[in-house]
Design a protein around this ligand. Structure first.
Ligand SMILES: Cc1ncc(COP(=O)(O)O)c(C=O)c1O
Ligand SMILES: N[C@H](C=O)CCC(=O)O
Length: 443
C-alpha cells in the first residue's frame, strides 16, 4: 500500500491547480480544510467504508459524503441500479414512473409527507419550503435558529452552521438587507424566545424552520418537548412548521427523526412540511419536500407557488434513491446504531484517558464531539470549544488513515459498510489522536 504523503506530491500539486481555477480549490467551502489547516485529500474512488486518494492511499471514511452513504460507498446494487438507468437515458425532462415509485416509498415511510416534490439539492428543498409557507399564509417573516444550516439560499444564511460556523462567519455578503430583515434568528432550544417572537409579531410569521436534530453546529439534540413546542406555537398562530430532515431523513431511522421522536403511528407532533436530501438520493443529486396535501398542492402547476427544475427527479438520481431506500432495512439501521454507540464510547474513553475536555453528543446514530466539557445546548455553547485541539485530533486521525469531517462543527457519519476492520482502524487511531489534542489544548 502507498505511504501517506500529506504535505508533498500529488495532493499539493492538485490543490495548487485547483486554486488557480476554482475559488479556494473546492466546490463547497467546508471541504477546503480551512479551519484544520493542510491540504484536502483529493479522492479518486471509494468503496464500502473507505475512500482512496489520488495516490492510492485508503482512509476509513467518517464523512460518508456528509451523510448520503448510509450503505457505504459504491454499494453494488445501488451502482447497478444507476448503471441500468443510465443505459436507458440520462435525463428526459418528462415525468417517469421511477419518480412516482420513489415518492410513494417516501410516503410509505413518512405518511405525513402526503405529497412529495423532487428537487436536486437540500438547498432547493428548504428554499421551496419557505416560499410555499409564504404562499400558503400570505405572510413574509420566517424564524430560523442560530447555528442551524438549511443550505445556502439567501433567507437562510443568517447565523448559519456548517461552513459558516467553521469559518466563523455571521452570514453571507450578497444577501440584501430587505431579505435579512425577513428572517428572525432565535437561540436553539429556547421555548421562551420562540413564544416571545410570536407574541410580538405572530400574525406576520409564515413559518418556523428547524433541523429535526441540529447537526451543523455539531450534534445538538432537541431538548425534550422542543419540537413539540414549535408545533404548538406555530399552530396557535397559523404559521407552518418546516422540519428539515435533509441530514436525519432515512439516516437515523426508516422514517427519519420524526419517526424516532414523534412516532409514525400516533405521532406526538406532525410538521406541515418536511425536507429531505442526502440518503434519499443515495449519493446522487436528489432532494425532496413533502407534507400536508393542501399545502403541497399550492405548488405549480396546481397552485400559485412556482417551483421548477430541468433535472428535478432525474432518472439516475431516483434510481439511486430507490435502490438505497429499498436496501435500508431494519438490519442496516441496527448496524449503524451499534457502530455509532461503539465509536462514541471509544472516543469518550480515549479523550478521557488523555485528559482532553470533551462532550460526545448524539441523537440516535447521529453524533459529534465537542472539545469542551459542558453540554452544548445552542450555538453559543457550540462556538465555545477548543477548535485548535480538534484540528490536532483531526490531523492525527488523518495521518493514521481515518478521515473525519474537517470541522469541529460537523457530525461524524457511519455506514452499514463499517465492518470490524474499519472500526478497529478507527478505534486504534483514537489514543494517539487524543494525545495530540491534549498537546494542543489552549485552555
Ligand atoms: C439540515 C440540512 N439542510 C439543508 C442542507 C442543504 O443541502 P444541500 O447541501 O444538498 O444543498 C444541508 C446540507 O448541506 C443540511 O445538513
Ligand atoms: N454540513 C454540510 C451539509 O450537511 C456539509 C456539506 C457541504 O456544505 O459541503
Amino acid at each position: 500500500m502507498a505511504e501517506v504523503n500529506k504535505t508533498t506530491g500529488t495532493q499539493d500539486r492538485l490543490m495548487a491547480r485547483a486554486r488557480a481555477i476554482i475559488p479556494g480549490g473546492v466546490s463547497s467551502p467546508v471541504r477546503a480544510f480551512g479551519s484544520v489547516g493542510g491540504t484536502p485529500v483529493f479522492v479518486a474512488r471509494a468503496e464500502g467504508p473507505r475512500v482512496f486518494d489520488v495516490d492510492g492511499v485508503d482512509y476509513v471514511d467518517l464523512v460518508c459524503s456528509w451523510g448520503p452513504a448510509l450503505l457505504g460507498h459504491a454499494h453494488p446494487q445501488v451502482v447497478g441500479a444507476v448503471q441500468a438507468a443510465a443505459a436507458r437515458g440520462l435525463s428526459f425532462g418528462a415525468p417517469t414512473s421511477a419518480e412516482v415509485d420513489l415518492a410513494t416509498l417516501i410516503r410509505d415511510r413518512v405518511p405525513a409527507a402526503e405529497r412529495v416534490r423532487f428537487v436536486s439539492t437540500g438547498t432547493e428543498a428548504t428554499m421551496t419550503a419557505i416560499r410555499l409557507a409564504r404562499g400558503a399564509t400570505g405572510r413574509d417573516l420566517i424564524i430560523k435558529f442560530a447555528g442551524l444550516y438549511h443550505g445556502h439560499s439567501d433567507a437562510l444564511l443568517a447565523a448559519a452552521g456548517s461552513g459558516l460556523a467553521t469559518a466563523g462567519l455571521p452570514g453571507s455578503a450578497g444577501v440584501t438587507a430587505a431579505t435579512a430583515a425577513e428572517t428572525i434568528v432565535l437561540p436553539y432550544n429556547d421555548v421562551t424566545a420562540l413564544e416571545g417572537a410570536f407574541a410580538l409579531q405572530g400574525e406576520r410569521i409564515a413559518a418556523v424552520i428547524t433541523e429535526a436534530v441540529p447537526a451543523n453546529m455539531g450534534v445538538v439534540p432537541p431538548a425534550a418537548g422542543f419540537n413539540e413546542a414549535i408545533r404548538r406555537v406555530t399552530a396557535q398562530y397559523g404559521a407552518l412548521m418546516i422540519f428539515d430532515e435533509v441530514m436525519t431523513g432515512f439516516r437515523v431511522g426508516p422514517a427519519g427523526w420524526w419517526g424516532v421522536e414523534a412516532g409514525v403511528e400516533n405521532p406526538t407532533y406532525t410538521p406541515d412540511i418536511f425536507t429531505f436530501g442526502k440518503v434519499v438520493g443515495g449519493g446522487m443529486p436528489l432532494a425532496a419536500l413533502g407534507g400536508r396535501a393542501d399545502v403541497m398542492e399550492l405548488l405549480a402547476p396546481v397552485g400559485p407557488v412556482y417551483q421548477a427544475g430541468t433535472l428535478s427527479g432525474n432518472p439516475l438520481a431516483t434510481a439511486a434513491g430507490m435502490a438505497t431506500l429499498n436496501l435500508a432495512d431494519d438490519a442496516v439501521y441496527a448496524h449503524v446504531d451499534r457502530r455509532s454507540a461503539e465509536l462514541q464510547s471509544a472516543v469518550d474513553e480515549a479523550l478521557t484517558a488523555a485528559g482532553v475536555p470533551h462532550v460526545v453528543q448524539n441523537a440516535g446514530n447521529l453524533f459529534s464531539v465537542f472539545f469542551r466539557d459542558e453540554p452544548v445546548l445552542d450555538y453559543d455553547d457550540a462556538r465555545d470549544q477548543d477548535t485548535a485541539a480538534f484540528a490536532r485530533f483531526f490531523h492525527s486521525m488523518l495521518d493514521q488513515r481515518v478521515a473525519l469531517p474537517p470541522s469541529a462543527f460537523e457530525a461524524w457519519f457511519l455506514s452499514a459498510a463499517h465492518d470490524d476492520g474499519a472500526m478497529s482502524r478507527i478505534i486504534g487511531a483514537l489514543p494517539a489522536a487524543a494525545r495530540a489534542a491534549a498537546r494542543a489544548l489552549t485552555t
